[in-house]
Design a binder for this molecule. Structure first.
Ligand SMILES: [Zn+2]
Length: 239
């Protein structure tokens, strides 16, 4: 019998190194720490850059979001942490299995629920959440819809540009009509894509009728935009 080789000394960490690590928070940690201290307050990227020394703040914010931190991002460079509790990391979200995907495709007649196109029209179909997970949506089949690549991209761009906290509040309204009205109240004087109105309706095919009822009941000027891909609520400025 040959003798077993001596185990290599694995532990190369010295006490000094451990102490150093403990004292030096990473730039990402500094960023998160600052956001935690300013919970529910909009903080500009520049402030985070000055504080942490990070060159690419948006990238770090993306990483933190992927880890499950609830950070809202605005197009003008402001970010806001909306909860001290870390959510479920992106990669750990339950995947939608093949059987369910097929059920969703077949229920939607293998067509994009937003534009109506199918594979025959050269589009790739995806299964996506009608109510995004960040807004409280689940993996239940009733919350899954068929979307083509193009509509899916458009949807994601919009979903990432709006504060998930306000969207959660909008989604908490019980009726389709209330949710659509809350959506326009939250985002007046800007174009809202029809797809977003559909999402807020949670797949109700009735949303155009609900929109008409809102206009009749409130007299709000909610008008189709020029290419008819969405609507715009013209809210008079308060003097
Ligand atoms: Zn589509």
């Amino acid at each position: 019998m040959t003798p077993a080789p001596a185990a290599a000394a694995k532990n190369t960490n010295t006490a000094a190194e451990g102490e150093k690590q403990g004292k030096m928070p990473s730039r990402k940690e500094k960023t998160l720490d600052h956001l935690k201290k300013n919970l529910n307050k909009w903080i500009h990227n520049q402030e985070l850059r000055d504080l942490s020394g990070l060159n690419d703040v948006p990238r770090t914010v993306r990483l933190l979001r992927q880890e499950g931190w609830k950070i809202d991002v605005r197009g003008d460079g402001y970010v806001m942490l909306t909860s001290l509790a870390k959510g479920v990391a992106r990669g750990k979200r339950k995947a939608i299995n093949e059987k369910v995907r097929y059920q969703v495709f077949s229920r939607d007649a293998f067509r994009c629920r937003a534009c109506g196109r199918s594979a025959k029209d050269g589009v790739k179909l995806n299964v996506d959440h009608a109510t995004p997970v960040d807004w409280g949506g689940t993996n239940d089949i009733s919350n899954l819809i068929t979307l083509c690549d193009e509509c899916n991209r458009g949807k994601k761009a919009w979903v990432n540009s709006v504060p998930s906290q306000s969207m959660q509040q909008i989604m908490n309204n019980q009726t389709v009509e209330k949710r659509i009205e809350a959506l326009f109240d939250e985002f007046p004087n800007q174009d809202i894509p029809s797809l977003m109105i559909q999402l807020v309706s949670k797949g109700s095919l009735d949303w155009q009728r609900a929109l008409r009822r809102i206009r009749q009941r409130t007299g709000k000027k909610i008008l189709p935009i020029q290419d008819r891909t969405g609507y715009h609520y013209i809210k008079e400025q308060q003097v």
